[in-house]
Design a protein around this ligand. Structure first.
Ligand SMILES: [Zn+2]
Length: 81
């Protein structure tokens, strides 16, 4: 099932929700309880890989030198192991 990313305009927190394609998009934030504050985000992971070189260079600069494959969020690729 696909994972959708939602951003709450009330509390500013994003959350990933696993939904079916047929499911209606969420609108209520479970974190702060605000109704109608959730906004569905585009699939950022696939977007970033395609054509944003400025982003990857900037990201490299601020990332840790050791490549220990941290799972501190952000990367949503290959988590099916
Ligand atoms: Zn919220």
């Amino acid at each position: 099932m696909p994972v959708y990313e939602y951003l709450c305009e009330a509390c500013g927190k994003s959350q990933e929700v696993i939904q079916k394609f047929s499911d209606a998009p969420l609108v209520d934030c479970e974190l702060c309880g605000k109704k109608g504050a959730l906004k569905k985000q585009m699939s950022l992971s696939s977007f970033a890989l395609k054509g944003s070189g400025w982003y990857s260079t900037d990201y490299k600069k601020s990332s840790k030198p050791d490549s220990s494959g941290g799972s501190s969020g952000g990367s949503s690729g290959g988590k099916s192991e």
